[in-house]
Design a protein around this ligand. Structure first.
Ligand SMILES: *[C@@H]1O[C@H](CO)[C@@H](O)[C@H](O)[C@H]1NC(C)=O
Ligand SMILES: *[C@@H]1O[C@H](CO)[C@@H](O)[C@H](O)[C@H]1NC(C)=O
Length: 187
């Protein structure tokens, strides 16, 4: 399984956190620009729920993310904190998703697979949970501790295979996403 695919699975998990419950936080105040309201209302369908394993969707994702980004200031203007956070979260989601589909990262993914390292093979940022809450808590803790691989091994693995720049971009985006879920705490 490619790193990008595992990240995609993780992404689906993040989506449920962004638009967690059914209560969509609120809708931007009127008087905003029509196009931006539309962009906001389409976030779920056009950005968060897009199936990123389908190649044609990546262009769509880019386009909708760009539109949303351009609208961010308008949407945040005079908005409640919850809405402001939501706009920031969507932008972080966009940035991470787009990064994952850059040629730079895709090439890196190929190199990582070719290396067939234990670090990458064992990396499981989103373990399947069962019924036992104690075991689940352990799994969650392990997943958080090993969010960048066992003993942070992805740093070495990725820096060696793809260069420090790719690692830094990956790390920045993953940290932004994990902040959204609030399920891991990092210092
Ligand atoms: C995304 O699309 C792929 C290929 O069509 C499909 O196999 C997969 O089930 C889809 N994933 C979701 C979450 O719909
Ligand atoms: C990857 O490494 C494992 C041993 O760690 C080996 O059994 C397997 O054949 C290797 N796979 C490839 C595709 O090289």
């Amino acid at each position: 399984m490619t790193v990008a695919f595992r990240l995609y699975i993780l992404t689906i998990f993040f989506v449920s956190r962004i638009f967690g419950s059914d209560d969509v936080v609120c809708v931007p105040a009127e008087g905003g620009n029509e196009q931006c309201i539309e962009s906001f209302n389409g976030v779920r369908e056009n950005i968060l729920l897009l199936n990123q394993t389908i190649k044609e969707n990546i262009g769509k994702l880019n386009k909708h993310c760009q539109e949303f980004e351009k609208c961010s200031e308008t949407l945040k203007c005079g908005a409640e904190k919850e809405l402001i956070d939501l706009v920031d979260d969507v932008n972080a989601f966009c940035e991470a998703s787009i990064f994952r589909h850059t040629p730079l990262f895709e090439k890196c993914d190929e190199k990582l697979i070719a290396r067939n390292s234990t670090c990458v093979n064992d990396w499981n940022p989103l373990p399947a949970l069962g019924d036992d809450s104690l075991i689940n808590e352990d799994l969650r803790k392990t997943a958080c501790n090993e969010f960048f691989g066992k003993d942070n091994c992805l740093e070495k693995e990725m820096s060696e295979a793809c260069g420090v720049e790719v690692w830094n971009g990956f790390k920045k985006n993953q940290l932004a996403l994990i902040r959204i879920t609030g399920s891991c705490e990092f210092d």
